[in-house]
Design a binder for this molecule. Structure first.
Ligand code: EPU
Length: 418
């Protein structure tokens, strides 16, 4: 049996839990280092599997990477090896964002095409389309995307049909060293993008409009390495908040930014949870049983798709019927069958889930299909009667440092078996 968590449910969580830097910021900030030779330092870096995988991607390009506690040092050489092989890209599709930096620095890139994953097809047409408009040419050779550009990438206006996080990042990476001005229209506005822009600005990039839908980048000739501290992980914070709520507990999350979780906290309040928030912390007191709420996932500042499975687990014990609509991914509901094994009453149809709240869940063995669904099943286990075994726990390791330890510090009973 693969690594799994054994969770004894039924204890209200109480106490304080601290969160680390955002996975979805740090992975891109590690890649941003490729844009400038020299020694970079990133602070508040979580000890998670995806960071380890990104270290391997950077090492493959010729960087020297060292993690010391929550600091990460990346030494970038003058000459890069411009490729990301399939074994790494398969394990972590976020590797695709190396395309922009490699084209900008080396004039070429060989990056394995990631293909779909547990969340659905996840095409990268906006990444390649935008880079083509900036002068790159792509060819698909035996499953590898081979990109080339004659001379420098050239700034232009790029309208993204959807505010894709990854495509916005690749356009930023391409634009900072391009000739002239790049205007990204319908850019993603996620806090992780704002943080990435602040890192790039620290390296000398000229970017305006961070956090808005129109981001303007004036290309410069070269960037220099710098120090950057990663913003707190709103998904980690949100996950522990829901863990507190589902157990009718009283949990304070520190090291977080409640302002990055406005919609998610609002929906939790609508279920009857009491929330206090301050600078860098939030406290949640869960109701005995939540009230049903409806929600739809949307790009920031809408309800985050990566908080949807945790919320569905919570709503499965609500009084009343909730409707959750998933607007970003076409295969995100795969975990619902596992929740149903625990007694949840959920029907899915296209992008909607209808959740008829039940009074209690009962523990059983379940399998984590992806990071957030894994966290959601564990959260359900905290409320369930008896023992829940969450298998394929490596998915949870991709995005949460010390998940079991943090929950146990709040009074949960979670044993990890490797
Ligand atoms: N899309 C396209 N074409 C493209 C790019 C995206 O059709 O060229 C579609 C995707 O298929 C998806 C939607 O646009 O339906 C949004 O995708 P987006 O590009 O915004 O997502 P991403 O950059 O691939 C990041 C996070 C995800 C998070 C999404 C949305 C990282 C490493 N990943 O992915 O995080 O769900 O943004 O906020 O930053 C997670 O942490 O568990 C996770 C999956």
């Amino acid at each position: 049996m693969t690594a799994h968590l054994v969770i004894k449910g039924g204890t209200p969580l109480r106490g304080t839990v601290g969160v680390l830097g955002a996975k979805n910021a740090v992975l891109k900030e590690m890649v941003a280092c490729l844009l400038a030779p020299g020694r970079h330092r990133l602070g508040n870096v979580p000890g998670i599997l995806d960071v380890e995988l990104m270290c391997q991607v950077l090492t493959h390009t010729g960087c020297n990477v060292k993690q010391e506690g929550h600091d990460l040092f990346v030494v970038v050489p003058e000459e890069l090896n411009p490729e990301a092989p399939i074994d790494l890209v398969r394990q972590m599709r976020a590797s695709i964002v190396v395309l922009g930096p490699l084209l900008a620095r080396c004039g070429q890139a060989r990056v394995a095409l990631p293909g779909g994953d547990d969340l659905g097809a996840r095409p990268i047409d906006m990444h390649t389309g935008g880079l083509e408009r900036m002068g790159a040419d792509f060819e698909l050779v035996h499953g590898e995307l081979v990109g080339r550009v004659e001379g420098r990438l050239r700034g232009t206006e790029i309208e993204l049909p959807f505010p894709s996080v990854g495509a916005t990042e690749n356009m930023l990476f391409a634009g900072v060293l391009a000739e002239g001005e790049t205007v990204i229209v319908n850019a993603a506005r996620e806090p992780e993008i704002v943080d990435l822009i602040s890192q790039l600005q620290g390296m000398g990039a000229q970017i305006e409009g961070a956090g808005t839908s129109i981001v303007t980048v004036k290309g410069v000739d070269a960037l220099s390495p710098n120090d950057h501290v990663v913003i707190p992980d709103r998904l980690e914070a949100g996950t522990y908040a829901v863990a507190g709520a589902i157990t009718a507990g009283d949990v304070t999350v520190t090291g977080c930014r409640p302002e990055d979780l406005r919609m998610e906290l609002r929906k939790l309040e609508d279920t009857g949870a009491e929330i206090e928030r301050g600078d860098g912390w939030l406290r949640i007191v869960g109701p005995e049983r939540p009230k049903a709420v409806d929600l739809a996932t949307l790009p920031f500042p809408g309800f985050h798709t990566d908080m949807h499975p945790q919320m569905v687990a919570y709503l499965s014990i609500a009084e009343g019927t909730s409707v959750v609509t998933e607007n970003l991914y076409d295969a995100r509901f795969r975990y619902v069958g596992e929740l149903a094994r625990m007694g949840a009453d959920i029907v899915t149809e296209a992008q909607h889930a209808v959740i008829r709240g039940v009074e209690s869940l009962s523990g059983c063995p379940v399998l984590a299909p992806d990071i957030r669904a894994g966290a959601a099943l564990a959260i359900a286990g905290l409320r369930a009667e008896g023992i829940t075994e969450v298998g394929e726990v490596s998915h949870i390791d991709r995005g949460y440092e010390g998940f079991a330890e943090r929950l146990n510090a709040l009074g949960a009973s979670v044993e990890r078996h490797d």
